[in-house]
Write a protein of this length. Structure first.
Length: 366
């Protein structure tokens, strides 16, 4: 099965047990042996692979057990980012918000360089522990763009474009090494595209000195620069509205960006978050051109309640009014733990949702 034929996969991250989270906290303080930490990550990664296999997931990750943030393939693989720069991203919750400040943007404050290749390490581990295909997930260029912060980053890169030119070249190196190792499926996690569908999100972008009238086209071209460099692999782009401790950043349907984004982005697969009314209707899917698959994120990772299988099938049928069923697939709407603490769901909740994902996908597309 080609990567574009998958009908059942996770977005990337899975919940981490407290033992691993504690070990990673100790690692930040230099209070744990690296080999001990890696052994715990490997143990959890193997468990995550088995969990996905048993659920019938067709393409796997290790649950991103080596990451503290979903964007680590950019900001941890590359040196030069500073997590202490005070540029927080606002998050909203449907219930009481968890305690603690929101994640900070790790702005670029020094010259970039490759520190290590995290996606390559993840891909090699998954490939060594399963016979099923593995994919590499990394931050899209929209996220890289917002990490050039005026007043901090211009001390090392004169403007955002000079910085982005360098990011692209370094990420080509990261991806190229993964391709050489056998990886043929890459997912660009791109929550910033959807900032354009929200007035609050647009304000976030303007606060970083971005022109919201031209930024969409510029970012599509930046993602395409990376995609075009590797024409023989499958590329996916994941669209969501933020994911941290069951909270989100922005709300709004895809309508304002769909025609330009879905047509001009030269990817093969589009992961579209659709777990709540915040994401709008399926109507924008009519803009998805032939040859592209849409992975419907209908199963929420933000809430513990288990979706109903028949309702999921009904929603897939509704989406198929706008794009043929054979070009649809199913996934959770985002990761279960885009940041280290994880969403406010249990391991049992996660397993039930993954089992449901596999069950429904195989019944619909078998």
């Amino acid at each position: 099965m080609s990567s574009n034929g998958f009908h059942c996969e996770v977005v990337g991250s899975l919940l981490r047990h407290d033992k691993l989270k504690d070990a990673m906290a100790r690692d930040e303080k230099g209070a744990i042996d690296k080999a001990e930490l890696e052994a715990l990550q490997n143990e959890e990664g193997v468990d995550n692979i088995k969990l996905q296999e048993e659920a019938g997931i067709e393409v796997l990750t290790d649950g991103e057990v080596r990451r503290r943030f979903w964007f680590d393939p950019l900001t941890d693989s590359l040196s030069g980012y500073n997590p202490e720069v005070p540029a927080p991203v606002m998050f909203h919750g449907s219930a009481d918000k968890p305690e603690g400040p929101p994640p900070k943007l790790p702005a670029v404050t020094e010259k970039l360089g490759v520190r290590h290749n995290l996606p390559l390490e993840e891909y090699k581990f998954v490939s060594a522990n399963t016979d099923r295909p593995a994919k590499a997930t990394l931050a899209g260029m929209t996220y890289a763009s917002v990490l050039w912060v005026p007043g901090y980053s211009d001390k090392v890169y004169p403007d955002r474009e000079a910085y982005m030119d360098e990011v692209i070249e370094l990420m080509k190196q990261i991806v190229g090494e993964c391709v050489e190792a056998g990886c043929d499926y890459f997912q660009l996690d791109s929550p910033r595209y959807t900032h354009l569908v929200s007035e609050e999100g647009q304000e976030n972008l303007r606060n970083l000195g971005l022109d919201t009238e031209t930024w969409l086209g510029q970012m599509i071209e930046r993602d395409n620069q990376l995609i075009r460099a590797f024409p023989d692999v499958t590329w996916a782009v994941h669209l969501c509205r933020g994911n941290h401790r069951s909270m989100w950043s922005v709300e709004g349907g895809y309508d304002a960006i769909a025609e330009q984004l879905f047509n001009d982005l030269e990817c093969d697969r589009i992961f579209a978050e659709y777990d709540s009314p915040r994401a709008g209707t399926f109507e924008p899917l009519r803009f998805v051109p032939e040859g592209k698959t849409v992975v419907l994120g209908l199963i929420t990772t933000k809430e513990p309640e288990l979706e109903d299988a028949d309702q999921l099938k009904q929603r897939i049928e509704e989406a198929s009014q706008h794009i043929p069923l054979e070009r649809l697939a199913l996934s959770p709407q985002c990761g279960f733990a885009s940041t280290l603490p994880g969403n406010l769901v249990t391991f049992d909740d996660q397993k039930a949702k993954l089992d449901l994902l596999g069950k429904v996908a195989h019944e619909v597309w078998s």
